[in-house]
Every structure is written in C-alpha cells, then in structure tokens.
Design a protein around this ligand. Structure first.
Ligand code: PNS
Length: 172
C-alpha cells in the first residue's frame, strides 16, 4: 500500500472550485492525489464521463502530482487496484457529515485497511456544490466564480449563453 498517495473520489459533474481547493489542500499532505470520477451507468449526469475527465485533465494536466482517472463499482475495489488505502473527501458543513460518516464506515467495513481523511474547504467555497452550480446555471444565474473557466465554457457550449431551462426540464 502506498501511504503517500490518496484517492479523491467523486462524481465531478462538474468539477468546481471547491473540489480544486480540496485537491490543493490534499497535496500539502500527500505526494500525489488521484482524482477519480465515478462511472455509474445507472445515474444520469449532465456531463458525460469523457467530458468530466476532459475538464479535469484541462484543469490539472500540467501538474504531475495530480492524476485523473475514473472507476466503476465499489470504491474499495478501485483502491485495492491502485494499491492505495487513503480516501480524501471534503466536508463543507454539518449537513455533509452524516452521509460522509456513513460512507467512510461502510468502506472500512468492506476493507479494514481503508482510511478516510476529511478536509475542510475555504469558507468561500463552503456553499458550492456541483448540484447547485448546475441548477443556478441552468436557471440563468452566474456561476463563473465557482467553477474553472472550462466548465463555464462547456456549459455555454451545451446550453448557450444563459441556457435558461424550466424547473421541470431541470428535474428530468
Ligand atoms: O461527488 P459525490 O457524488 O459526493 O461522490 C460520491 C462517491 C462517488 C464518492 C460515492 O458515491 C462512491 O464512492 N461510490 C462508489 C460506490 C461505492 O463504493 N459504494 C459503497 C460505499 S459508500
């Protein structure tokens, strides 16, 4: 097991500045962070896996200490495959705690060797989530301060400058 490497798993639909903040903090602790996007065929994403990976490669491509990858199925199986035992997750608020605590204990239940480390983002990002970023953009709001430029560009590419959709379309 490599103790100097951590996996930061997530949906990354899309990557936000909050994720970037956590990765930067993670790099103060670990030599390398593997940012692993979940490929879940049962889930509907706004961005395809290829687009989510492209956004991350574009954002971090030059940093040799950040690897972009994806996984399918159980996170613990992916960790085993990568020979890594540490998971990094961000904790924004108490509301995140319950589900994160449950996931950390479930992962440990499946594999006793897995440890989860929680990092707290800057307060400037404590309210930022991929879900809300999508919602605000699709309803015509401004999200440029919350995501890397490429996400803003890709959203505009998909939906036009302010692709306002109805709340009904958003929930579909
Ligand atoms: O960005 P998200 O959606 O909060 O990330 C959630 C993620 C991808 C970390 C979580 O859903 C996950 O690890 N899924 C893989 C399936 C799995 O291992 N489930 C059992 C342990 S909780």
């Amino acid at each position: 097991m490599n103790d100097r490497i951590a996996v930061y798993p997530g949906s990354y639909d899309p990557l936000t500045n909050g994720h970037i903040d956590i990765i930067q903090r993670g790099l103060k602790i670990f030599d390398k962070i593997i940012v692993a996007a979940l490929k879940n065929p049962a889930k509907t994403y706004l961005f395809t896996l290829e687009e989510r990976l492209e956004i991350m490669k574009e954002t971090f491509g030059k940093n040799k200490r950040i690897e972009i990858d994806y996984f399918e199925g159980l996170l613990v199986n992916y960790l085993k495959k990568r020979n890594v035992k540490t998971v990094v997750r961000g904790l924004r608020a108490i509301s995140d705690f319950e589900i994160e605590f449950q996931m950390a204990l479930m992962n440990r239940q499946i594999n006793q060797e897995i440890e989860t480390i929680f990092l707290v983002p800057s307060v400037s990002y404590s309210f930022v989530s991929s879900r809300l970023v999508k919602e605000v953009y699709l309803l015509g709001g401004e999200i440029r301060s919350m995501v890397p430029d490429i996400v803003d560009q890709k959203l505009k590419g998909k939906y036009g400058n302010h692709g306002i959709v109805t709340a009904q379309e958003l929930s579909e």
